[in-house]
Ligand binder design. Structure first.
Ligand SMILES: NC(=O)c1ccc[n+]([C@@H]2O[C@H](COP(=O)([O-])OP(=O)(O)OC[C@H]3O[C@@H](n4cnc5c(N)ncnc54)[C@H](O)[C@@H]3O)[C@@H](O)[C@H]2O)c1
Ligand SMILES: O=P(O)(O)OC[C@@H](O)[C@@H](O)[C@H](O)[C@H](O)CO
Length: 488
């Protein structure tokens, strides 16, 4: 049996061709990360380690917090926090072992540890990747303070209790409270989720929670001492499979249960608005700028929206992966037409970038067959993703007096996907795919019934479309027509 990756076994396993060891092993914890999924491990943790290695600054170890299950903690603990990042390109693959994670905890058992670490003066940054739905937004993009789990965290905030956190945003405000009480100094909270204006959005969510909790002193401290820079994050990081683990085992000669995989492309654009010290991420390739929004908007509307189109329409055609979907000539043409007609007119070019070239490079990245990114993974949580990826484009086009027929096709593809998944009719490579969405029950109710009226019923889901799009006659007609074409 192959030995498990750990500090002890890694020493004996290296050197090996196509494998790199940790660039630097941090001596202290300077970053707390909420949402220790695959993406953080393949993106921010890697850039944090690289930045620290350039300067030899060993303050920037990460305490990672899983959110919903202890699985990642259980994978990492026997490996001393070490894990591999397997980079998969069309023509090459390589592995690096990352040592940036000093500790991983699950809030179910480790909430006190998270609270004391955020309250430590050596911690300067909190990062988040808790998915779109993890922010628990109401239909107006504000914190849903009626959410039962958020309310439990707000009660724990008022009592300054150590009880297990129930929500990521609740854990964050409780940790901010501990830092204020400990007088541990300013803090920067960096949202790394695919959300429009993610920094300002998170600042608003935190403020909403503090208003709901009546935490006036904390609210004043946050306004003065905490910064929420916006970021654009990009690297395609699909879920790890058994085949990926086997490939990494062959390269490293050790078993790695915490392996993550990704393409070689990585981009991180960060608003240069920090409250205190930070890793020198710019030395590892990140862009620090005052103007993140054009990058973020271009990425969400060109990359992520097209990803979603290919996921919904691709899965409906039985394509298992995004690479298969984007190389389907008809779907490729839809993606180009959608971005040309509806997305590009809504964008400002970030720092003079050629957005058509950017769109083309994105489609080439999607065509990389090596990552095996599945349509079903990208399709999940559509009710939380569509507003971020597509509906901003729709609103901007309508405001400009245009009817966004191609964007309506993306919305219709999502509706057809929802209907097929709820009816048990969505079959991808022989497997029936259920609807995986935080609003699954509400969507299933709206999707049931005759095809006629389906667009109206789903447009009536206010948490997704708001009242404005539900009631917009021209948009409703465009979606209805697109759905008719698709289902035909
Ligand atoms: N994977 C990528 O290619 C990629 C690229 C850019 C940005 N991102 C961003 O990172 C996010 C996470 O991606 P990932 O690949 O790590 O996914 P993942 O499934 O591996 O991990 C998701 C993390 O979010 C937590 N989470 C899920 N639902 C939650 C909820 N309701 N409340 C609180 N926490 C919750 C999970 O516990 C887990 O820690 C994405 O949603 C996206 O916003 C991902
Ligand atoms: O990670 P999600 O589920 O929010 O979205 C799926 C993909 O569209 C997304 O992860 C992209 O791969 C990523 O945004 C590329 O940087």
């Amino acid at each position: 049996m192959t030995a498990r990756l750990s500090r002890a076994t890694l020493t004996g396993a290296l050197p090996r061709p196509d494998v790199r060891g940790p660039a630097l092993v941090p001596a202290r914890t300077g970053v707390v990360h909420l949402g220790l999924g695959a993406f953080h491990r393949a993106h921010q943790a890697v850039l944090t380690e690289d930045a620290a290695a350039v300067t030899g600054d060993d303050r920037w170890g990460v305490l990672g917090v899983t959110q919903r299950s202890p699985r990642v903690v259980e994978q990492l603990a026997p490996q001393d926090g070490l894990y591999g990042v397997l980079t998969l390109d069309t023509d090459r693959s390589d592995l690096r072992v990352v040592g940036a994670l000093r500790e991983a905890v699950f809030p179910g058992t480790g909430t006190p540890r998270v609270l004391t670490t955020v309250a430590d003066p050596g911690t300067h940054v909190v990062t988040l990747t808790v998915t779109e739905k993890g922010y628990r937004l109401d239909p107006h993009g504000r914190a849903d303070v009626a959410d039962e789990q958020v309310r439990a965290d707000l009660a724990a905030l008022r009592d300054a209790s150590d009880e297990a956190a129930r929500s990521a945003t609740g854990l964050l405000v409780r940790a901010l409270d501990r830092r204020r009480r400990a007088d541990a100094g300013p803090l920067t909270v960096v949202c790394c989720d695919n959300l429009t204006g993610n920094g300002a959005l998170l600042a608003r969510v935190v403020d909403d929670l503090l208003v709901a909790a009546g935490a006036d002193d904390l609210r004043a401290w946050v306004a003065e001492s905490v910064r929420f820079p916006s970021t654009m994050v990009d690297r395609i990081v699909p879920a790890t499979t058994a085949a990926h683990r086997e490939r990494a085992r062959a390269l490293l000669g050790l078993t790695d249960e915490a392996l993550v995989v990704g393409e070689s492309f990585t981009q991180w654009v960060i608003e240069d608005a920090f409250a205190g010290p930070r890793p020198a991420w710019e030395l590892a390739g990140a862009t620090l700028t005052r103007a993140v929004e054009p990058y973020e908007r271009a990425k969400l509307r060109l990359l992520n929206a097209t990803h979603s189109l290919l996921a919904y329409a691709g899965a409906l055609r039985g394509h298992a992966t995004i690479a298969e979907a984007v190389t389907d000539p008809e779907l490729h043409a839809w993606a180009v037409a959608f971005t040309d007609a509806d997305v590009l007119p809504t964008l400002d070019s970030p720092d003079g970038a050629d957005l058509v070239a950017y769109r083309d490079s994105v489609l080439r990245r999607f065509a990389n067959p090596a990552t095996g990114h599945t349509t079903v993974q990208v399709a999940m949580d559509g009710s939380a993703k569509l507003p971020q990826r597509v509906l901003g484009t729709v609103r901007d086009r309508l405001a400009a007096g245009a009817v966004p027929e191609h964007a309506a096709l993306v919305v219709a593809a999502w509706m057809a996907y929802v209907r097929a998944a709820c009816a048990g009719d969505l079959v991808v490579t022989g497997r029936t795919v259920p609807l995986d969405d935080p609003l699954a029950d509400e969507l299933a109710t709206a999707a049931a019934g005759p095809l006629t009226g389906l667009a109206d019923r789903l447009l009536g889901v206010e948490a997704v479309f708001g009242q404005d799009l539900r009631d917009h006659h021209a948009f409703r007609s465009a979606v209805t027509a697109a759905l008719r074409t698709l289902t035909r």
